[in-house]
Design a protein around this ligand. Structure first.
Ligand SMILES: NC(=O)c1ccc[n+]([C@@H]2O[C@H](COP(=O)([O-])OP(=O)(O)OC[C@H]3O[C@@H](n4cnc5c(N)ncnc54)[C@H](O)[C@@H]3O)[C@@H](O)[C@H]2O)c1
Length: 416
């Protein structure tokens, strides 16, 4: 990661900036005048893109006004620029691997609303023909293609810009994310091998748990294939941020759309560390509130698993969070110079080889790390950060060891 810098920024992933990729594109073309308060998906920026598309395509006037108001609270609907309704430039191809599942299906629907996507490739070992047919009837610009089974995976992946992997099994009550390792490790390994062969330059977004191990597995596979680019491999931890934003906004009675809590570390139990002291807008918490919120954010996945009582884990909120990360990736690829997200990536911010933190995304993936988030932590956060390291380290090493063991076994089998 030699050319990736650590930035001491004090910005939030939902902070307002003057242009989105989409807006930037139209500005360059002299076609669009952006409102000054565009924000991001949870946030606002990506919602702006989706809002525009919805406006153009399938929402009636009344609902689009409401949507507009919720996306751009500072702009009354009468103030919208006239030229928002221009045709979109849909440039990017996105593949969802595990598209038939609880996350894959709503994720397909959400990204179908993106004006930046020209094609969505749905892949699963289960038949996704019907899902693709269903989705393809939505009158948004992207075409939807289905691919079923390993023999169709290479053609699914050729020419793809962003690959999202929610394939695998979810948790049942009483299980930890690590309990999924034996099944999901192999699934991720095999899928990433085919990604490496067919679209090695794509952004790869790993959702399959345990993310703390599946991302290192993907990295090792890509290394073995000679195509590893650490800037383009992401563990999707956006759901932790989405949850933190929601719980904090409710607790402190804040306007949800403005709240941004960076969540660092990893994506399992105590490795999930919300930095409440870095919440924007600035807000104070009692020690009890910090303890209660931190534990709730760390256990939010289990909350859903238990409520679903055997029917799976978080799917809808996960699809929402993944769609936000996809939209951020596309805006970065589209040249938006102002995209920040938390993600579990190869990192030098701590002594661990992978670590979730806020990163700046650009055309080539991770452009910088927001190192300032780790400075000036509270005593509680410092202790929690030290406490999470052994577990996170072990999960990372488990992923690396898995690929190494498979490689050694394959070498032995080949030599006998
Ligand atoms: N990163 C996060 O924050 C987060 C949050 C929630 C769930 N998850 C994880 O996401 C994964 C998927 O969860 P879900 O609820 O969608 O599960 P699901 O069982 O509903 O769907 C998984 C899909 O993957 C498919 N699949 C299985 N093996 C495959 C393979 N080799 N190739 C392609 N597709 C394959 C299945 O056919 C199924 O359609 C789980 O591992 C879960 O733990 C991650």
């Amino acid at each position: 990661m030699a050319s990736t810098t650590t930035m001491n920024l004090s910005v939030g992933s939902t902070s307002c900036r003057s242009q989105t990729g989409l807006v930037g594109k139209y500005n360059q073309l002299g076609l669009i005048k952006a409102p000054s308060s565009l924000k991001s998906f949870s946030g606002l920026k990506a919602t702006s893109s989706i809002g525009i598309e919805l406006e153009m395509s399938f929402l009636g006037k009344e609902s689009s006004s409401l949507l507009w108001a919720s996306c751009f609270p500072k702009h009354k609907s009468t103030q919208r620029p006239r030229n928002w309704l221009l045709p979109q430039a849909c440039t990017f191809k996105v593949a969802v691997l595990g598209a038939g599942g609880g996350i894959g299906q709503p994720l397909g629907l959400l990204i179908k609303m993106s004006p930046l996507i020209s094609a969505i490739h749905l892949y699963d070992i289960a038949n996704v023909k019907g899902i693709a047919a269903d989705l393809s009837h939505c009158n948004t610009p992207s075409e939807v293609l289905d691919f079923t089974g390993p023999s169709e995976l290479p053609s699914c992946l050729r020419g793809i810009d962003v690959v999202i992997i929610p394939a695998g099994v979810p948790r049942k009550p009483g299980m930890t994310r690590d309990d999924l390792f034996n099944i999901n490790a192999n699934i991720v390994k095999e899928l990433v091998e085919t990604v490496a062969d067919n679209c090695p330059h794509a952004f790869i977004l790993i959702i399959s748990n345990p993310v703390n191990s599946t991302v290192p597995i993907a990295a090792e596979v890509l290394k073995q294939k000679g195509v590893y680019n650490p800037k383009k491999l992401f563990g999707v931890t956006t759901l932790d941020v989405v949850r933190a934003n929601t719980f904090v906004a409710r607790k402190k009675n804040l306007k949800l759309i403005n709240v941004d809590v960076p969540v660092i570390g990893g994506h399992a139990g105590i490795t999930i560390l919300p930095l409440l002291s870095k919440t924007r807008p600035s807000v104070t918490f009692t020690d009890e509130e910090v303890q209660e919120l931190t534990v709730r954010i760390q256990n939010a996945g289990t909350e859903v698993v238990e409520a679903k009582a055997g029917a799976g884990s978080a799917t809808l909120s996960m699809a929402y969070a993944a769609a936000r990360f996809v939209e951020s990736s596309l805006r970065a690829l589209d040249g938006d110079g102002d995209v920040f997200e938390c993600s579990f990536v190869q990192s030098e911010l701590t002594d661990l080889p992978f670590f979730a933190s806020r990163v700046k995304l650009g055309r080539n993936g991770v452009e910088a790390f927001v190192g300032s988030d780790l400075q000036g932590l509270t005593e509680y956060e410092v202790k929690a950060l030290e406490a999470l390291k052994p577990e996170l380290k072990a999960s990372i090493e488990k992923g690396v060891a898995f690929v190494e063991k498979q490689r050694a076994a394959a070498a032995t089998a080949a030599s006998t």
